[in-house]
Design a protein around this ligand. Structure first.
Ligand code: DON
Length: 592
């Protein structure tokens, strides 16, 4: 089924393909604009699923939620650039994908500017309040206490999203749209409501116990009797609409200095947090140099600290560059083995070295150098899994889910945006701040509560990532742009906690080494190893024979869940190819 969605505000037709998780994905694509990589391939959802990219020439927006993609495409159709569209999408997702899109969280945006050939990173990660202390997440016995770091006001970082999106607009927007104009579609959806169905329905049910703890949250995300919304209900968010409208009218000051700030502070403190008005007033989003690497003739531009994503992505690519992956074959155990060994080495470094570079020394240059990769590569045995104890001494356990969301955008001028944003868990800590409609994050769990104590994603760290006043917790978010001769050829990124970096790695290796068209590169089943615990997680869709072959090489293989939705765009001679990842129900590529 191809959809031509005509939006009221434009006469342009959007070429739209909806990737519906689990629906078999057989969709017709008859647009003359479309060609290329439709295929029957093995995917994480099982063998021989038909996958469907969208090809277009004037722009492409790929997000995890249908309405948000259409809003972004509409901004492009009205002459906006990729950053204008990203800002509109960012605010829209706060309404339409409340589990991960947000005003009360943070994230990272990577921007490629076609005219100046510049690549810039915007860090709008949450910060710890000034009253943060190294022991803030410990119980009386000195042990890491997840109740504090994940489920209380202590978990809430000072939100960065409003500062980040408005900074992006101010610095890199086209100037054709005011903030209010870009926020308007989000306001409308919040006020008029969105249908409760699909992923919204499922995620609300799953998160219900956490959401119902707070009356301000239950008032929005549950029915009057406290039971979750059902299919066919409409989720109305009038308070969020008012908040969005105020931000549109008054700018980010309204969020960080006005009554909205007071309400965030009151809510966090009532939930045992330590945030103050001064913490909000002193929040800043940073423009940072992205990290850069090269891989087989391509330039890799990715997120710098306080995310670990870019550094470890480049570290793993550097290691793998010395192996003939292509001749080993896509999905073959010998190739997967080398990738898994590279993952183990990179994640061991993550636990040791990584933290907020504004606060601690991070040996970035060494970690992303070809020389260091050569040293690490020399320790990889192509025939045998290396015992993790021989990499570094430590231990942890693998934690569970949560949610984040990634979108990719390109405009007709060649400007590109890769943006990953999060509340950490699905719906964050679950607390709505007073009557603002703003769901707050629990991102401070990404700090190492104690050296060696795993966070919710099983990641461990040490003093480099200990909580401290104003510090940004280490992230794995990896918005990435791959360039050839200075122009973007792949825009990608993903949710998935610790699995984000390995997901982005595999999308890139599938594209570059295995010549997979982008939709196949995204759909192919993935593997993940994070050094600790010593287990290779394999997605559904990895054949049993491959799992057995990995076990023979000495790996402990565990069946994993579906990893995160890597909504990506490739720039090809045929046009912009949008690949909405079918792992996320409702993901949509909208091209024009
Ligand atoms: O910044 C990070 O690495 C985590 N807070 C991301 C959480 C996440 O991806 C959850 N999603 N599935």
């Amino acid at each position: 089924m191809i959809r031509f969605a005509r939006l009221a505000s434009t006469t342009l037709l959007f070429v739209v393909a909806v990737a519906i998780a689990g629906a078999g994905l057989a969709r017709d694509r008859k647009s003359p604009a479309q060609k290329s990589d439709i295929a029957q391939v093995e995917t994480a959802r099982g063998k021989f699923v038909r996958i469907e990219p969208v090809v277009a020439h004037r722009g492409m927006v790929v997000t995890q939620e249908r309405q948000a993609s259409l809003i972004g495409a509409d901004i492009l159709a009205r002459g906006g650039n990729a950053v204008d569209a990203a800002v509109a999408v960012g605010f829209a997702l706060a309404v339409t994908l409340p589990k991960a899109g947000n005003l009360g969280g943070g994230g990272f945006m990577l921007v490629h500017l076609a005219k100046s050939h510049e690549n810039v990173a915007i860090d709008y990660r949450e910060t710890a309040p000034a009253a943060a202390t190294a022991d803030m997440f410990l119980d009386a016995g000195g042990n890491a206490d997840p109740n504090k770091s994940r489920y209380s006001g202590l978990a809430v970082g000072v939100p960065g999203t409003v500062a980040g999106l408005t900074l992006a607009l101010e610095k890199f927007g086209s100037g054709r749209f005011t903030l209010a104009e870009l926020i308007a579609p989000a306001v409308k959806l919040a006020r008029e409501g969105i249908p409760v169905e699909g992923d919204l329905l499922d995620s609300l049910l799953l998160a219900a116990p956490r959401l119902q703890r707070w009356p301000s949250t239950a008032a929005i995300f549950a029915k009057a009797d406290g039971t979750p919304w059902e299919e066919g209900d409409r989720l109305l968010q009038p308070q969020l609409a008012d908040t969005l409208e105020t931000i549109g009218r008054e700018g980010p000051r309204a969020f960080y200095h006005g009554p909205i700030a007071d309400k965030i502070v009151s809510a966090v403190r009532a939930a045992d947090g330590r945030m103050t008005r001064i913490d909000l007033e002193s929040y800043w989003a940073a423009i940072r140099e992205p990290v850069r690497g090269t891989y087989r003739g391509y330039d890799i531009v990715s997120m710098s600290p306080p995310s670990s994503g870019g550094i470890h992505l480049i570290e793993m690519l550097n290691i793998l560059e010395g192996f003939p992956l292509k001749s080993l074959g896509a999905g073959k155990p010998e190739a997967l083995h080398l990738m898994i060994e590279a993952m183990k080495l990179a994640y061991a470094d993550r636990a040791e070295y990584m933290g907020d570079r504004d606060r601690v020394e991070v040996p970035v240059e060494r970690l992303i150098s070809k020389a260091y990769a050569a040293e690490l590569r020399a320790g990889i045995n192509p025939d045998r899994a290396r015992p993790v104890e021989s990499i570094r001494p430590d231990s942890s356990a693998l934690g569970g889910g949560g949610n984040t969301t990634h979108f990719s955008i390109i405009d007709e001028f060649g400007n590109a945006v890769a943006n990953t944003t999060s509340l950490n868990f699905s719906y964050g800590v679950g607390l709505v701040a007073g009557d603002t409609g703003i769901l707050l994050n629990n991102t401070l769990d990404d700090f190492a509560a104690k050296p060696g104590a795993p966070n919710a994603f099983g990641l461990i760290g040490g003093s480099a990532n200990a909580p401290a006043p104003g510090k940004r917790p280490l992230s794995s978010m990896t918005p990435t742009i791959v360039l050839k001769d200075g122009a973007p050829v792949l825009i990608t990124g993903a949710p998935g906690g610790s699995r984000i970096i390995t997901t982005v790695l595999q999308v890139i290796v599938n594209s570059i080494d295995f010549d997979r068209p982008v939709a196949q590169a995204v759909a192919a089943p993935r593997v993940h190893h994070q050094w600790r615990p010593d287990a290779v997680l394999v997605e559904p869709g990895v054949p049993a024979a491959t799992r057995r072959a990995l076990e023979k090489l000495g790996h402990k293989v565990e069946a994993g869940p579906l990893f995160g939705a890597a909504n990506s765009i490739a720039v090809t001679p045929e046009g912009f190819v949008g690949a909405a990842d079918s792992r996320a129900a409702g993901a949509l590529a909208a091209g024009l």
